[in-house]
Design a protein around this ligand. Structure first.
Ligand code: SF4
Length: 75
């Protein structure tokens, strides 16, 4: 499994994560920031556990995020 986290309040809504990995990210119509699909919020960080097969797409989202708020680790 992989734990994905996003420090959402720093998101600038650039859409890069959605372009890299539309399965896991979308832009909110409410505030224009990206949503980690399935994520649960705790103290400003959203997190979700996902299957290992998402790793390549997550890596693309992570490296293209200009404010470096997407992280993940294998657990
Ligand atoms: S790539 Fe980063 S800054 Fe851009 S929308 Fe996604 S989380 Fe937000």
């Amino acid at each position: 499994m992989i734990r994905v986290v996003q420090h959402r309040h720093k998101c600038i809504g650039c859409n890069a994560c959605v372009e890299a990995d539309a399965f896991r990210w979308r832009i909110s119509k409410n505030d224009g920031k990206s949503v980690l699909i399935g994520g649960i919020e705790k103290k400003g960080w959203f997190s979700v556990l996902v299957d290992d097969h998402e790793e390549k797409a997550l890596e693309q989202a992570k490296v293209h995020c200009p404010v470096n708020i997407i992280r993940f680790e294998k657990i």
